[in-house]
Design a protein around this ligand. Structure first.
Ligand code: HAM
Length: 514
C-alpha cells in the first residue's frame, strides 16, 4: 500500500472532553436553565443585580485574596503567561543576541513585567549569553573542556531565556469573590448607595482530583454584599435568600451549618490559633502528614480533616467559640437571633473553618442529599477587610457561592431532573404544494410559541409518523394535496390516534386551548 493510501486508511483521532470537564447536554440543560432562572428571580426580589466578571484575572489577585498558602492558589489554578502577540522566542542560536537586546529594551520601557524576578532572569540571561558568545565558533579541534564550557553556557543561556516573563501571569478564575471585589474598587462602587448587592453565575476552574460532584471546570452561582454596615441582619438575610432559593429549586435534605471564626486579633482568632497549634503539637505524632504540615501553615484547616483516625483527636481540641473577643461573640449571637427571626433552621458546627483565607466572623455551609462525599452544595461567609487588602477603601463584605453542578446532581437524584423535551407538532407533509403550506404552518405555529418539527425532506406518512413518535411529539399535522386544496388540515393526536380536520385558525385555537 502506498504511503498516501495508508494515510487515507488511518482513522482521524477522536477527541474527548478534557479530564474534569464535561458537556452539559439536553435535556439536563433545561434543568440548568430553570435553576439559573430561579436564581435571577429570587436574587432580584432581594435587590441584587447581576455582575459578569471576566473568566481570567491576574494571578496575583487570587493569590492575595484567597491566600498564597491555600490549596486553591498553591496547587489548583490554571495559570499562564499573557504574552504580547508579536514577540517570538528564538528558534536558532543566531537569534539569541537580537532577542536579548529586544527583551532588555522592552523591560526598560516597562512593556514586559518590571518585577524583581524578571530583572534577575534577564541579568542571568545576559550573563550566560556573554559566556556562550565567548565559547562559540571556536572551530574544530576544540578540547573536551572547551566543549563542556560551550555546552554548559548554551544550556544555561537557553534556560534563562525561556524564563523571562514576557507578559503578566494570569489565571482562570478558581472563584469569583476576588473578581467582584476588584470590580467594586475599579468602578468606584463605594460611591453608590451602600451596600452594593451583586450576584454572578458561570464557570470556575480548579485542578482538583475529579470525582462525583467535583470537576475541574465547574459552575457557581454566587452573591456578594459589599459596603454598608456589618449588621448581623445582613448575614441573616443573605442566608435567608439562599435557603429561599434552594426551596424554590426543590432541593431536598438541605442542612445549614454556621460558625464564627472571629477576627484576626490576639484577643480573638489569632489567640485561638496559637492555642490550637499548641494543642496540636502535643498530638502531632498521631496526625496524618497533611495535618502535621497544617500545624505550621494553617492549624485551623486541621479541623476540616475527614480522616477517620483524626476525628477522636480533633474532638478534644479547644473550640473557637470560647476564644472569640466580646464583639465577635455578640455579633455571632445576633446573627443566630436574626436567623431565628426569619425562621431559618441552622446547626452550629465549631469545625467549620472554610478553605479560603479571606473569611472572618460568620462562616456557613449547606449540604444536600444524594451527593456522596462531596456534599457541600454551598459555602460562604463574611470577609470584612478583603476590599482593603485589594487596594480599596475599608469595606464590609459577605457572600456565598453555590456549586451548581452539585445542586443539579442532587435535584436529579431526588427525581427532579428534566424530562426530554418533545415536540408539540410534527408536520408530516407530502408533495410540492403541501411543502409550501408546511413551511408557512411551521412559521405560524412557532410564532405562536409551539415546538414544531418540519422534516427537511419528504417522507412516506408511515415513516413520518414513526419519526414523530420517536421525537415525543404530541400531534402530527398531516398535510397532503387534499388538505391544501380544502384548507382543512388533519391533526392526529399521537397518544390516542384520534384525528380531526381543522382550518389553520381553528388549529391554533385548538392548540392554545389545551
Ligand atoms: P468554595 O467553598 O470554595 O467557596 O466553593 C463554593 C462551592 O462551590 C462549594 O461548596 C461547592 O459546592 C462548589 N465547588 C467548589 N469546588 C468545586 C469543584 N471542583 N467541583 C464542583 N463544585 C465545586 C468559594 O468559592 C467562595 N468564593 C464562596 C464565597 C463567596 N464566599 C464569600 N463569597
Amino acid at each position: 500500500m502506498s504511503e498516501v493510501a495508508a494515510k487515507k486508511e488511518e482513522k482521524p483521532r477522536k477527541f474527548q472532553a478534557i479530564r474534569g470537564t464535561r458537556d452539559l447536554l439536553p435535556p439536563d440543560t433545561a434543568l440548568w436553565n430553570r435553576v439559573e432562572q430561579t436564581a435571577h428571580e429570587v436574587f432580584g426580589t432581594f435587590g441584587f443585580g447581576e455582575i459578569r466578571p471576566p473568566i481570567f484575572e491576574p494571578t496575583e489577585l487570587f493569590a492575595r485574596a484567597v491566600g498564597g498558602e491555600t490549596d486553591i492558589v498553591s496547587k489548583e489554578m490554571y495559570t499562564f503567561e499573557d504574552r504580547p502577540l508579536d514577540i517570538k522566542q528564538p528558534e536558532f542560536l543566531s537569534q539569541y543576541s537580537d532577542y536579548l537586546q529586544l527583551v532588555q529594551s522592552l523591560y526598560r520601557k516597562g512593556e514586559i513585567p518590571q518585577t524583581e524576578e524578571n530583572q534577575k532572569t534577564i541579568e542571568n540571561f545576559s550573563e550566560w549569553h556573554e559566556k556562550f558568545a565567548a565559547t562559540e565558533g571556536k572551530g574544530s579541534g576544540i578540547t573536551q573542556v572547551q566543549f563542556e564550557n560551550f555546552e554548559n553556557a548554551l544550556y544555561r543561556m537557553v534556560f534563562w531565556c525561556e524564563r523571562v516573563h514576557l507578559g503578566p501571569q494570569v489565571s482562570l478564575r478558581p472563584e469569583a469573590t476576588a473578581s467582584v471585589c476588584r470590580a467594586y474598587i475599579e468602578h468606584n462602587m463605594q460611591q453608590l448607595p451602600q451596600p452594593v448587592k451583586l450576584y454572578y453565575m458561570g464557570p470556575m476552574f480548579r485542578r482538583e482530583r475529579p470525582q462525583k460532584g467535583r470537576y475541574r471546570q465547574f459552575y457557581q452561582i454566587g452573591a456578594e454584599i459589599l459596603g454598608g454596615p456589618d449588621a448581623p441582619a445582613i448575614d441573616a438575610e443573605l442566608i435567608e435568600m439562599l435557603m429561599t432559593f434552594f426551596d424554590k429549586c426543590g432541593l431536598q435534605g438541605t442542612e445549614l451549618s454556621i460558625n464564627s471564626i472571629g477576627h484576626a486579633a490576639d484577643n480573638c482568632r489569632r489567640g485561638y490559633v496559637a492555642k490550637l497549634r499548641e494543642e496540636l503539637l502535643k498530638v502531632k505524632d498521631k496526625l496524618g502528614a497533611d495535618s502535621q504540615r497544617r500545624i505550621e501553615t494553617n492549624p485551623l484547616r486541621v479541623l476540616d480533616s475527614k480522616l477517620e483516625h483524626e476525628q477522636a483527636i480533633i474532638a478534644t481540641l479547644p473550640h473557637i467559640a470560647d476564644h472569640l473577643c466580646d464583639e465577635c461573640k455578640t455579633h455571632y449571637a445576633a446573627v443566630k437571633h436574626e436567623l431565628e427571626l426569619r425562621g431559618v433552621i441552622y446547626r452550629e458546627n465549631w469545625r467549620l473553618v472554610r478553605g479560603l483565607d479571606y473569611y472572618m466572623r460568620t462562616t456557613f455551609e449547606i449540604t444536600a442529599q444524594g451527593l456522596g462525599s462531596q456534599n457541600a452544595v454551598c459555602g460562604g461567609g463574611r470577609y470584612d477587610g478583603l476590599v482593603e487588602l485589594l487596594g480599596g477603601p475599608p469595606t464590609k463584605g459577605i457572600g456565598f457561592a453555590i456549586g451548581e453542578d452539585r445542586l443539579i446532581l442532587s435535584l436529579q437524584e431526588s427525581g427532579k431532573g428534566a424530562a426530554p423535551q418533545g415536540r408539540d407538532v410534527y408536520i408530516a407533509w407530502m408533495g410540492e404544494r403541501a411543502y409550501a403550506t408546511a413551511i408557512r404552518a411551521a412559521k405560524d405555529l412557532r410564532n405562536a410559541g409551539f415546538r414544531v418539527e418540519l422534516p427537511p425532506t419528504e417522507l412516506k406518512f408511515g415513516k413520518a409518523l414513526e419519526r414523530a413518535s420517536k421525537l415525543g411529539s404530541r400531534f402530527a399535522l398531516i398535510l397532503g394535496d387534499n388538505e391544501v386544496q380544502s384548507g382543512e388540515w388533519t391533526l392526529k393526536n399521537l397518544a390516542t390516534s384520534e384525528q380531526q380536520k381543522l382550518t389553520e385558525q381553528a388549529l391554533l385555537e385548538y392548540l392554545h386551548g389545551l
